[in-house]
Design a protein around this ligand. Structure first.
Ligand SMILES: NC(=O)c1ccc[n+]([C@@H]2O[C@H](COP(=O)([O-])OP(=O)(O)OC[C@H]3O[C@@H](n4cnc5c(N)ncnc54)[C@H](OP(=O)(O)O)[C@@H]3O)[C@@H](O)[C@H]2O)c1
Length: 296
């Protein structure tokens, strides 16, 4: 099995490199080796490597900035995905791709399933949905994992940002009416590895390919998320800001975000037999393994 990994230096890409290190030959490409805004280069990489699995962990993920750069977001999140899907449809390889809770408008009362109607409220969400649709339209063999609130030890994400600014302030205000599941890049990578193995070993059939929700169990608000990890910092004796819950309306941002980001992951659990632990487990594990200078 030869695996081409695109977006190898992102949060999920980095975690995939670790998880897949024992899974056959992985050719990991960052933007420098395979730029999704350069169709010629991308096509050349696909033609040269001839992978049996393409994992696309690359994406335009700057949600607010996408409102000002819709063409770039579309080029990376939809047009490049279309090119990859068309290529994979021709070769018979498998495409693994990631999408987002932001394809929903968040008005549902309860977790979203894969069959719920989408209605993105942002350029980012719309371009990610267009990427999903391009994959579906291509007819290629694909696994598409919608996930939410991704974090990792190294990434530019909510945990690392809040922990840094919580050292510099006495009070912080954090939104408490957007609800979702913080999901670690490691969990996403481990489940991806398992799913690829199941497809490769034919433990699942082509009937089981398609769209899956992949998030940690449980849910919280951004405020609850921050309270949890800053609480760990306080327990470790660090002086960090007190945080105050505020509604989304008190924190204006360029992009609209869904209030309800909860995704129902029952399908992936039952088809691939994966365990999706409570969101707190991976947060605690990540903080516990960080070196002291990274801890704060
Ligand atoms: N982050 C979240 O909270 C979240 C939530 C839901 C879904 N997702 C989805 O999960 C997937 C992985 O996200 P992530 O958190 O790992 O994102 P990330 O850390 O922002 O990584 C994205 C990667 O894509 C690369 N990239 C951007 N433009 C590129 C281009 N033109 N050509 C090649 N590579 C390019 C970036 O390269 P550079 O390092 O060079 O910039 C970066 O390494 C994405 O599909 C994302 O939409 C993420």
């Amino acid at each position: 099995m030869s695996i081409l990994l695109l977006g190898a230096n992102g949060q999920v890409g980095t975690a995939l490199r670790a998880s897949l290190s024992s899974s056959g030959s992985v050719i990991a490409c960052s933007r420098a080796e395979a730029d999704l805004e350069d169709p010629l280069e991308l096509r050349g990489v696909l033609d040269t490597i001839k992978p049996s699995v393409v994992i696309n962990a690359a994406a335009y993920t700057a949600v607010d900035q996408a409102e000002d750069e819709p063409e770039r977001a579309r080029s990376i999140n939809a047009d490049a995905v279309d090119l990859i899907a068309q290529h994979v449809a021709k070769t018979g390889a498998i495409l693994v791709h990631y999408s987002t809770d932001y394809v929903f408008d968040g008005t549902k009362d309860g977790p979203y399933t894969e069959s719920d109607a989408t209605n993105p409220m942002s350029v980012y969400g719309q371009t990610k949905l267009d990427g999903e649709r391009a994959i579906q339209a291509s007819g290629c063999r694909a696994l598409v994992f919608r996930t939410s609130w991704v974090y990792s030890a190294q990434g530019n994400n909510f945990i690392n940002t809040i922990r840094r600014i919580a050292r510099e302030h006495e009070q912080l205000s954090i939104v408490n009416d957007q609800i979702g599941a913080p999901t670690s890049a490691t969990l996403i990578a481990d489940v991806t590895k398992r799913a690829i193995e199941c497809v490769n070993n034919e433990t699942v059939t082509d009937h089981d390919l398609g769209l899956y929700h992949l998030v940690a169990s449980g849910s919280t608000s951004w405020f609850g998320f921050a309270e949890h990890f800053l609480g760990k910092d306080r327990e470790a004796g660090h002086n960090v800001a007190e945080i105050n819950p505020i509604p989304t309306s008190a924190y204006p941002s360029k992009a609209h975000r869904p209030l309800n980001s909860r995704l129902d992951s029952s399908r992936i659990r039952s088809v691939f037999g994966v365990e999706l632990p409570d969101w707190t487990r991976h947060v605690d594990a990540m903080i516990a393994t960080m070196r002291p200078q990274e801890t704060l």
